[in-house]
Design a protein around this ligand. Structure first.
Ligand code: SF4
Ligand code: SF4
Ligand code: FES
Length: 422
């Protein structure tokens, strides 16, 4: 029988097998350490993503590469470690151009699910919007490097029948990216190709013709997350003695879907109207602020000069600002144009597109037309945002739970299925 040793995890004593991987040892005792690059059948731990960061005998290290020894004093759930893990996930979102609403892996994605589990609603880091290669050349696969988190799972695990590499890392430092050996890839069986797609924790490896096979709502994490509560940190806001709270809303560079979601609460809107009065809002068609507002709800990011002006005005006139939906929080689908120079975007839209009039050669340009910005920006890169409600669009119940808990100071549980980025 394997030797048992005594260790401490978060000040409690446990008996575990000597030399066992810490993530697995903790799991046996019901203690969860989040992981991304580590996977059940790993021949050896990869230690590439650092999401499993823990503290062993006073030093930070990766849980998945730690083998337990007698007397170890391990900390897993301190406030600092939880924040470090969140920051790592947020960095991956900021660095990697993750547009969940348009991603084939949404609902099956480990990175996305970890963000739900950790209650991440936005990233504290500015988005990089790096434009990496999307490789359509392989026979069976598409490799979307903008989503790759360089976990190395595919490099280690997917080999040809005679043991040759199919995936490899090329270049170094920030230029490191994944590359496919086309000759070996062509020889992969369909099952091997599917295994590679499933093994990739994000949507970087896709099999041509096999994506979107499972409908949304029936994907891995759609089912697993059912009824799971998501942590939300609402600062409590005492009611200020007024009968009604004044709420303003606006739609910047978005599709108005988030406003449709606001209306989706159906008859509950009657309860909401008891509690709030709408001011400047497309819902009321009030175009200018007529009073100071308690809460401003912003849909959409900033794509042009007018969006910036409106957003700054909201910041001035509202005590609390909420970024509502993927576009306001991360830039969303409109930010996909950040990879293409503005001039090319305009030429494509007005001159070269299939729907342009034959002979069209004018790109609209007038001092009264708001100027398009080179990039589309999430709202928090322009002004301070107090709360973020992600989703595309966010679920109606989720929106009103957050708004009510901010206004009334009542903490309301938000469930996994209400907390979707897709
Ligand atoms: S679902 Fe796609 S876009 Fe979203 S985190 Fe996963 S890989 Fe990135
Ligand atoms: S392609 Fe997927 S499995 Fe391979 S390194 Fe990137 S994220 Fe990991
Ligand atoms: S899970 Fe441990 S470093 Fe990735």
């Amino acid at each position: 029988m394997d030797k048992l040793v005594k260790i401490k995890i978060d000040d409690k004593e446990y008996h575990v097998q000597l030399g066992k991987n810490l993530v697995n040892a903790a799991k046996e005792h019901g203690i969860y350490i989040p992981t991304l690059c580590h996977y059940r059948d790993a021949r050896h731990s990869l230690g590439t993503c650092r999401i499993c960061t823990v503290n062993v005998n006073g030093k930070s290290t990766t849980g998945c590469t730690t083998k337990v020894q007698d007397g170890m004093d391990i900390k897993i759930n301190t406030a600092e470690l939880i924040d470090t893990r969140k920051a790592i996930i947020e960095m991956l979102f900021a660095e990697g151009s993750h547009f969940c609403p348009s991603c084939e892996k949404s609902g099956n994605c480990d990175l996305q699910n970890l963000a739900y589990d950790m209650g991440i609603t936005a990233t504290r880091f500015p988005h990089v919007y790096s434009n990496k290669n999307v490789d359509f050349n392989p026979k069976q696969l598409v490799l979307e490097s903008n989503r790759c988190i360089l976990c190395r799972r595919c490099v280690e695990e997917i080999k040809s029948e005679d043991g040759k590499d199919i995936f490899s890392f090329v270049k170094r430092g920030v230029k490191t990216h994944i590359q496919v050996d086309y000759e070996q890839e062509e020889k992969m069986s369909k099952a091997q190709a599917l295994h590679a797609m499933q093994l990739c924790p994000v949507g970087a490896i896709l099999v041509k013709g096999m994506v979107y096979k499972e409908p949304f709502g029936e994907r891995k994490y759609d089912a697993k997350g059912k009824n799971k509560k998501t942590p939300v940190n609402h600062k409590k806001q005492a009611p200020n003695g007024k009968n009604k709270f004044i709420v303003a809303t606006t739609s910047l560079a978005g599709c108005f879907g988030c406003h449709m979601s606001l209306l989706d609460i159906d008859t509950e809107i009657l309860d909401v109207l008891e509690m709030v009065e709408f001011n400047k809002s497309p819902l009321t068609d009030i175009k200018k602020f007529t009073k100071r507002c308690d809460v401003g709800i912003i849909e959409g990011g900033c794509a042009n000069s007018e969006n910036i002006e409106v957003l700054k005005e909201f910041r001035k006139k509202c005590d609390i600002l909420i970024a509502l939906g993927e576009c306001a929080v991360m830039g969303g689908i409109p930010a996909m144009r950040n990879f293409i120079p503005l001039k090319e975007c305009l030429e494509e839209a007005y001159i070269n597109s299939m729907t342009s009039e034959i002979g069209a050669h004018v790109i609209p340009n007038h001092e009264d037309i708001p100027k398009l910005l080179n990039n589309v920006y999430p709202c928090n890169e322009i002004v301070k945002i107090d709360y973020f409600i992600p989703g595309c669009p966010p679920n109606a119940n989720h929106i009103w739970k957050v708004v009510k808990s901010i206004l009334l100071g009542e903490e309301q549980p938000v469930f996994h299925q209400e907390f979707n980025y897709d």
